[in-house]
Design a protein around this ligand. Structure first.
Ligand code: SF4
Length: 334
């Protein structure tokens, strides 16, 4: 099975059984943004989750959360950001926070003042990073990726998910802190429903997320460049990771504009997924589909409501009420 198909089926399976906020393909480096991408991120909601879900369905910009904008007195936006925050970045964060309903603004003497619509709740509890490697016979950079995750310890647990039979030799090659799941189909069930089973080959070990971490930056023969990352920088990156997971989710795939695409039934598969009848498997429309494919038949892409599906099947809210104060209450400050 391709890594793409494996990832989608695994996410659908996890979503139907667990309460975590799931997302795919998120950056998990601190010193070298984009240096490490986690295949799947699972964020366990903490007590502040409902308050967070009530604010907005989108990712809240970290600069807006970090700023001195509070819920009480409105502040002139330019004075609410730290000196090391570039004014363009501060402006973009302010605009975005207003657009998604995290900030509300008012004009006073031609100046823009902002305040938070609701206090930002620390909602993310534990974070699990899942690395998908359906075929351990083609490991690629697996070993160094997992070593990076363990030594940086940005997430609480790291798990390797595979379809391969896991041998002692495989286990010896990966850090002992990494948990291992063997994912396979349950043959006793109806093939059409594609029910997955997960055998836990090894439980993950809790990583020291509250301590400084070491992020490998570049591997050279006999030498590895590293950066030491503070516990505070990790805490900010964890919040960013959780926010991006909340806003993005895992249904970020496209449906092919092709007559051979027959989306799966969400009740059978746990989600509406891009299934190609010509190939007999799930396909990644962005990289596989188009006129150059021999099975391509021009057609309108399915208009499956993936956001609505996420809203129905998970605690994420597509259209929260928000906490916008009545504008009339603010007019008196103008
Ligand atoms: S373009 Fe090819 S791979 Fe994509 S859905 Fe059509 S037949 Fe399948």
């Amino acid at each position: 099975m391709s890594e793409f198909a494996f990832e989608l089926e695994l996410c659908a399976h996890l979503e139907s059984r667990r309460e975590e906020v799931l997302a795919r393909q998120l950056g998990a480096s601190v010193a070298d943004p984009g240096g490490r991408i986690l295949d799947v991120v699972a964020v366990e909601p903490g007590p502040g989750f409902d308050d967070r879900a009530a604010i907005t369905s989108e990712t809240i910009p970290d600069a807006a959360i970090e700023s001195a904008v509070g819920t009480g007195r409105a502040r002139y936006w330019k004075e609410a950001f730290a000196d090391d925050c570039h004014p363009d970045h501060a402006r973009r964060a302010t605009e975005r926070a207003c657009e998604i309903g995290f900030f509300e603004r008012e004009l006073r003497n031609g100046r823009e003042y902002v305040r938070q619509v609701a206090r930002y709740p620390e909602w993310a509890d534990r974070i699990v990073g899942i690395e998908n490697k359906p075929d351990l016979g083609r490991p690629g950079d697996l070993e160094s990726q997992l070593r990076t995750d363990v030594s940086l310890a940005l997430v609480d647990e790291v798990v390797l998910a595979t379809e391969s039979y896991v041998t002692r030799a495989h286990l010896n090659r990966i850090p002992e802190e990494v948990g291992v799941w063997r994912v396979h189909r349950d043959d006793r069930r109806d093939e059409e429903t594609r029910t997955l089973e997960i055998d836990v080959v090894r439980e993950p070990t809790e990583l020291p997320v509250d301590e400084p971490g070491v992020e490998p930056l570049e591997f050279r023969p006999g030498r590895t460049e590293i950066a030491v990352v503070s516990a505070d920088a990790k805490a900010r990156s964890r919040r960013r990771l959780a926010e991006r997971a909340y806003g993005k989710g895992w249904r970020t795939y496209e449906m092919p504009g092709c007559g051979a695409c027959s989306p799966t039934d969400a009740d059978d598969f746990g989600a509406t997924l891009p299934f190609c009848t010509w190939n007999g498997r799930l396909v990644d429309a962005a990289s596989e589909c188009g006129p150059s494919c021999p099975g391509y038949e021009p057609a309108d892409a399915s208009t499956a409501d993936l956001e609505g599906e996420r809203d129905r099947r998970t605690p994420w809210k597509a259209d929260p009420d928000g906490r916008r104060r009545r504008q009339s209450g603010l007019d008196r400050f103008s």
